[in-house]
Design a protein around this ligand. Sequence first.
Ligand code: PAF
Length: 322
Amino acid sequence: MKHYILGTVAALALAGAAEAQQRIVIGTTTSATSHYGVGAEAFIAKLAELSDGAFVGEQAPAGQLGGERDLIEGLQIGSVDMAISSSGPLGNFVPEVFALDLPFLFRDYDHARKVLDGEIGQELLAKVDENNLVGLAWAENGFRHVTNSQRPILTPEDLGGIKLRTMENRVHMAAFTGMGASPTPMAFPELFGALQQGVVDGQENPITVITASKFWEVQKYVSLTGHVYSPAIILASPALIDGLTEEQKGWFYEAAKVGVEANRAEVNRLEAEGVALLRENGMEVITDIDKAPFAALAEESAYAVYTDEYGTEMIDRIKAVE
Ligand code: PAF
């Protein structure tokens, strides 16, 4: 009898704890083990630790909740709790962010991380927050490179006639029009099938994504053009964050920092090991590329699209960060 009573009390306590737990779903478009997945898992573990198990996170990876535009819309209406997304479609919701999508703007990873971790990154997160979203932290996708099924790309002329999938981002599209490709915007979850069926010939993404998505199954050539840095962002829904206490909000921001560290460490690892993996899987990797002619054309076209609306101030500030 005693055991029975204790058992009941324990069961009630457990039920209470389970009820007090809040489930947080984090949507991404890449696989659960990708650089975003690694970041999401580190976030989930840190949030559980800080909240003593009150928040239980889980991933909805690989486009289960849709493409990145869908994720952002879902965050705004509260049907998605959290997401890790590239900046790709974000400028359509927070135009100031388009500055980060300009080609050949960031010199290297150190430069990009300094900008995003510094004053400019904070200012842009505040702009995100003004648009019915909560930007917890800047994470990373990586420098983007061109892959295709037709030929090695060594010069802008080689891009001629290549139907290239781009993100739904007008700065990127202008850059590729300038460089001579035929840009076709498309949500990422549709991309593998489109490459397989020859709807598009190529795409551009960082090594992180090319490896996680096993694009070697549908693409032969990778040219390390590094034409644009692709930031990512850990986003939450205002519907989620507004319902938290100040202490709980603090946990989300702290866990996001840990998520970013893990995500960047995975980007570093794949930058170091990814090219070998692409070659092992049969891709021809073109490393020796003169980027100057690509940069001249991309800058001419993409910068005009941006500066016509927003001027040059942000560009100058980003370039000045040492
Ligand atoms: O190409 C894209 O759409 C993005 O780089 C991706 C793969 C969804 C990661 O953010």
